[in-house]
Design a protein around this ligand. Sequence first.
Ligand SMILES: O=C(CO)[C@H](O)[C@H](O)COP(=O)(O)O
Length: 161
Amino acid sequence: MRIHIATDHAGLDMSKQLIDDLTGDGHAVTDHGPSSYEPLDDYPSFCINAARAVVRDQRAGETALGVVFGGSGNGEQIAANKVEGVRAALVWNTSTAELAREHNDANVIAIGARQHDYAEVLGFIRSFIATPFTGEERHARRIAQLAEYETTGAIEGHEIH
Ligand SMILES: O=C(CO)[C@H](O)[C@H](O)COP(=O)(O)O
């Protein structure tokens, strides 16, 4: 699978380890930065670039997921979700990693590098990658509503204030 990864200064050490381990798992990992430690760097562009690459690859028919992380993962999730077609989930345990795929068909996982040790983070990402979307109608319906709102500003049959 193609994995697009991005972080900021808060996750840079972890990012390097993750790239090695995910590559070792057989994935094709693309690093969207940062390339060096800058304590005042800004996560949005790194995360948006990773998120855009995930959508581009998926729309081209490739199997791809994204990994974005920083100190909390919050801003990184917010940044990724600004990209049309992205469903980025903030994950903090194995259950949320699995549910992000099973119920939300999330295509980007966001994690707080300052909230977990490395083994936990790697485990969350491996669970996320290994878990398929269930495809159940109710989940597909809700995801379609999000996409409809994202592209039209409306959800047919539902009032949007
Ligand atoms: O998690 C983050 C955003 O949600 C950032 O990694 C975090 O805010 C960086 O903090 P600082 O600049 O104090 O190192």
